[in-house]
Design a protein. Structure first.
Length: 247
């Protein structure tokens, strides 16, 4: 068994400085990848994540990037490719989670969520595509981080759910459009417990979940690793990582 299936490859993880993104970045590094991660407001967290990756023996880079901006995305991808000399994997993780009653949802909040959650992955993928197609293995990969909310409607999160549903469809459109050189898949987490999760929320969702526990950031990272290291023939898939919550 190859314990480092990504050895010699490089990955770019948006929003990789903290929370689930950081866990994904570290999992990719443990699998042998050199990892660039983007940050917008979490510079100190990004520096810490880079140090952790370097302690694992891999090269790492923190890149300031606003995924809503074409110019910022272009610069981030160029910096990553210049630093590592290649790009084999893009993980579109950066996202906004927001709640608002639908009847009072403002256009500003609607647009802000879509700018990050849907336009951001589109811009990143479009900019990274030439480099992913030029991957030395001929098997570039994109993994988008969707949501169970893109598969099931949540009344208090209509704009978030709609943005993730759009990302799921974008994943499948990319899978057809970027083939055969690049596979594109999506991990759709359910309730993922974080250090700052409310205790009552964690207990509530654990009881509703058939697996009788909440998801962890590591669960999401392992699903990303599946798409990053599994058969390149697998493309256009939306994988729910929810312990059965959506059933």
């Amino acid at each position: 068994m190859n314990l480092q299936p990504l050895l010699g490859k490089s990955a770019l993880v948006t929003g990789g400085a903290r929370r689930v993104g950081r866990t994904i970045a570290l999992a990719l590094a443990r699998a042998g990848a050199d990892v660039a991660l983007t940050w917008r407001t979490s510079q100190s967290d990004a520096v810490k994540a880079v140090r952790e990756i370097e302690r694992l023996g891999q090269s790492a880079l923190a890149v300031e990037c606003d995924v809503r901006s074409e110019a910022s995305v272009r610069a981030a991808v160029a910096t990553t490719v210049e630093y590592f000399g290649r790009l084999d994997l893009l993980v579109n993780n950066a996202a906004i989670f927001d709640a608002s009653p639908l009847e009072s949802l403002s256009t500003e909040r609607w647009d802000a969520v879509f700018e990050t959650n849907t336009r951001g992955p589109f811009l990143m993928a479009r900019e990274a595509l030439p480099h992913l197609r030029a991957s030395e293995t001929g098997q570039g990969r994109i993994v988008n981080i969707g949501s169970l909310g893109g598969m099931k409607p949540w009344a208090g999160h209509a704009h978030y759910c709609a943005s993730k549903a759009a990302l799921h469809m974008l994943t499948q459109s990319m899978a057809k459009g970027f083939a055969p050189e690049v596979s594109v898949n999506c991990v759709a987490p359910g309730w993922i417990e974080q250090p700052d999760s409310e205790v009552w929320q964690a207990a509530h969702f654990a009881l509703k979940t058939p697996m009788q526990r909440n998801g962890s950031a590591e669960d999401v990272a392992q699903a990303v690793l599946f798409f990053a290291t599994g058969p390149h023939f697998v493309t256009g898939q939306i994988l729910a990582v929810d312990g059965g919550l959506g059933l």
